[in-house]
Ligand binder design. Structure first.
Ligand code: APR
Ligand code: PHB
Length: 395
């Protein structure tokens, strides 16, 4: 069908998650015109509950994009985390070990701030775009087409940024023969509950227990986020609030279990755990960024931070291209991103393996896991390695 609305811009960004919106802001600040095309409504995008631990580099990227004011006011700076196993808790003090910290600020709030900044900038965003399709990204003038309110539209551009998440159309538009995919699916998921109750502790508690992993996290001093490991086959409907709190309590050390304040859940969902990388991350004039190119299991909270580092590399590459005609940043985009991506994949896989209960693990594997936990909390070198990865490796 012929398009009955045609526009053109420099960069067409597919997807208005944190990757797409942050890239849009970084480009706008650099004076590079762009459009964001999103399949869902803004309300739908904001209703997704995801992790909320920001590395310093992510905070810096948000500052560059001019969206750090509220996060500096409301974000909680955490100097460490706690590991709970064998009935005791062990603190890993990032600040003392490597002099850096993380900021607790929900991805939903990051998205909200980016949406507000985009609206203020006047750069176009199309929500509720149907049948989004990518064309000619292997040629000089790529196009993105979509249907909105019954009419077809076409955007001609210099480059397409595929920021449309794991299930998006961008990666799916590349011939399978042009990609190599690396994947590991874990035999469990995380059942998460959000509740307006004070967090059980000042810092996050990652708990390893024979009944399974648990995580005590937070969004603010009055809103908590908790998770328990469940089999992949589990349904959230099978989990009443009472069952969830009971299971969580059983996986925590006694003081934490006692201090836990419970209340009605305001959100309850199960997320599968997966490691996934698509190589390369560039195909002609199409660049993949964020979950469109890679997925990490949530242990270690690297997903949002990786998305942010991808788009900083991409924004820098595009700025050098437009400002100086320098192609190097874009030419090296995939290789540069993947080097960092694989280190975060390794760390997320390692933290997942360290802390979860694997259904097919034998007695030897359990002893090795216990020894690794014991070694970790007893070795400053091992704690420093965890700290360095958790707060974020240098870009
Ligand atoms: N056309 C347009 N938009 C699409 C399409 C499509 N065909 N398919 C998906 N999208 C949109 C989704 O609706 C979503 O809003 O792309 C966006 C992708 O956003 P995210 O899934 O949040 O991915 P990303 O921006 O890369 O953010 C990574 O999200 O999953 C977490 O752990 C991850 O925190 C990390 C962050
Ligand atoms: C969260 O707060 O949702 C969260 C925190 C840390 C993680 C994963 C999720 O490792």
């Amino acid at each position: 069908m012929a398009a009955n609305g045609s526009t053109s811009t420099r960069v067409a960004i597919v997807g208005a998650g944190p990757a797409g919106l942050l890239l849009g802001q970084l480009l706008t600040v650099a004076g590079i015109d762009n459009i964001v095309i999103e399949r869902r409504s803004p309300e739908h995008v904001l209703a997704r509950i995801r992790a909320g631990i920001l590395e310093c580099g992510t905070v810096d990227a948000l500052a560059r994009a001019g969206v750090d004011a509220r996060l500096r006011r409301e974000g909680l700076v955490h100097h460490g985390i706690e590991l709970s196993f064998g009935g005791a808790r062990h603190r890993i003090d990032f600040h003392a070990l490597i002099g850096r910290d993380v900021t607790v600020y929900g991805q939903t709030e990051v998205t909200r701030d980016l949406m507000a900044a985009r609206q203020a900038s006047g750069m176009p965003t199309v929500y509720d775009a149907e049948e989004v399709s990518l064309h000619d990204f292997d040629a000089q003038r790529p196009r993105v087409r979509y249907r909105k309110a019954g009419a077809m539209h076409e955007v001609a551009c210099d480059f397409i940024a595929g920021c449309d998440g794991f299930h998006g159309v961008s990666r799916a538009s590349v011939p399978a023969t042009a990609t190599q995919v690396f994947e590991r699916v874990y035999p469990f998921g995380w059942l998460g509950v959000l509740s307006d109750t004070p967090p059980v502790a000042d810092e996050l508690i990652y708990a390893s227990h024979p009944r399974g992993f648990a995580l005590c996290s937070m969004r603010s001093k009055t809103r908590s986020r908790y998770y328990v490991q469940v089999p992949s086959t589990e349904q959230p409907e099978a989990w009443s609030d009472a069952r969830f709190w009971d299971e969580l309590r059983r996986r925590l050390d006694a003081p934490a279990a006692e201090a836990l304040v419970t209340g009605p859940s305001i959100e309850k969902s199960i997320a599968p755990l997966r490691s996934f990388v698509c190589e390369p991350m560039r195909f002609g004039r199409l660049f993949l960024a964020g979950d469109a190119a890679h997925i990490v299991p949530p242990t270690g909270a690297k997903g949002l931070n990786l998305a942010a580092s991808d788009v900083v590399y991409l924004a820098d590459g595009l700025a050098a291209h437009y400002r100086d005609g320098d192609p190097r940043g874009l030419d090296q985009y995939s290789e540069t991103c993947l080097r960092r991506v694989w280190k975060a994949e390794r760390f997320s896989w390692w933290m997942t393996s360290l802390l979860h209960w694997f259904p097919d693990a034998d007695a030897f594997a359990h002893r090795i896991q216990q020894a690794e936990l014991d070694y970790l909390v007893g070795s400053e070198a091992a704690c420093r390695s965890l700290a360095e990865n958790y707060v974020g490796l240098p870009r």
